[in-house]
Design a protein around this ligand. Structure first.
Ligand code: PHE
Length: 343
């Protein structure tokens, strides 16, 4: 067989195997086999010098033509295989827009957050501005400034978390009142609502938690009366619990208010008939309230001869439990989605 015949044969073989090739690796193997450094065509071209002089030109020309034919066939096949590979990839990634969706649990607004929002919405609509205060609080703002005497049980290390001798984790939101008064006195009117986290040394059980939430409200103006407090709380309770609830004031005691009251609503589970939720009384306690004690007004920078005020404070957990009939406070902190999904 002459060298030219051989070239012919290699070309035929090469083009045929390129045609049959199914992937890029095969193409690469063919390229190496014919055009690589040790390739068949490469070998012939390199051997031209050893041929008789009269054959060299023909073999050279033909050899280069074959080399180019193989190379362009390889490139074409490569492009074609690459297109096929991409098409297959797109096909595999195709999005079926008609496929049924996977269930998606979007989460829920926590019931405590919902109650907070409702409470704040009501009070803001009544003209109260939202004010915040520190959770790590000076003893004075949490106790002394609020008229809570040195021997008061709430001050006991057993009842409150002390950070140092005169710094506590606030046990109530009432210090917000005092800080705000000091910040704005002698300006009137004052109408604020102070929501936030509070801390007491309680062991967790159905109705206690060492961390809980309160919301405080304070109003100071000229000649504020207990009647206005009653009106405000009745309107508030009816908006929160429904227009048919009755509101009852029971005399009580808080060191920072005088007179003081605990406020009950008629039980919305039995409508005052008496049930297990209201323990047969027909009433549910919702908050503490009273007229701001003159000494607290003085501590806040106000003159009790010129202004008066009322304050009330409520536990958000308690309100939430009453609103939704939740019997165990701990459910509010477990973040069990089966529970939370109900709100
Ligand atoms: N701070 C009181 C408590 O934690 C509630 C309260 C606030 C009572 C304001 C009267 C006035 O129980």
């Amino acid at each position: 067989m002459t060298v030219l015949d051989q070239l012919e044969q290699f070309e035929e073989e090469a083009l045929a195997s390129i045609h049959r090739a199914e992937d890029l690796e095969e193409i690469q193997a063919i390229r190496v086999k014919y055009l690589g450094r040790e390739g068949l065509i490469t070998g012939i071209l390199r051997g031209i010098g050893d041929l008789p002089p009269d054959q060299r030109a023909d073999v050279g020309q033909r050899g280069n033509a074959v080399k180019q034919a193989i190379e362009s066939a390889l490139e074409e096949a490569e492009a074609c295989l690459e297109r096929a590979r991409r098409r297959a990839q797109f096909e595999a990634q195709r999005l079926d827009v008609t496929a049924p969706g996977k269930p998606w649990a979007p989460g829920n607004y926590h019931p405590l957050g919902q109650t907070f929002d409702q409470v704040l919405d009501i009070l803001v609509s009544m003209g109260y501005a939202i004010v915040r205060g520190p959770e790590v609080e000076k003893e004075w703002y949490n106790f002394s400034g609020l008229n809570i005497q040195d021997d008061h049980p709430a001050r006991d290390m057993q009842d409150s978390f002390y950070v140092t001798e005169d710094v506590v984790l606030r046990s109530q939101t009432s210090p917000i009142q005092l800080r705000h008064m000091q910040a704005v006195a002698p300006e009137i009117p004052v109408r604020i609502v102070g929501p936030g986290r509070t801390y007491r040394r309680d062991t967790e059980d159905m109705s206690h938690s060492p961390v809980f939430h309160q919301c405080e409200a304070l109003l100071i103006d000229q000649e504020v009366t207990f009647g206005q407090l009653r009106w405000t709380l009745t309107a508030f309770a009816r908006r929160l619990f429904g227009p048919s609830v009755d509101v009852r004031f029971r005399p009580s005691h808080f060191p920072f208010t005088e007179p003081s009251a605990e406020v009950d609503i008629s039980c919305m589970f039995c409508h005052g008939q008496g049930c297990s939720t209201c323990k047969g009384s027909g009433f549910l306690e919702i908050l503490g309230a009273g007229m701001v004690h003159p000494q607290v007004l003085i501590n806040g920078g106000y003159d009790p001869d010129l202004v008066s005020g009322f304050a009330f404070g409520m536990g958000i957990e308690r309100l939430t439990m009453l609103k939704y009939g939740i019997s165990d406070l701990r459910l509010l902190y477990r973040n069990d989605t089966r529970f939370l999904a109900q709100f």
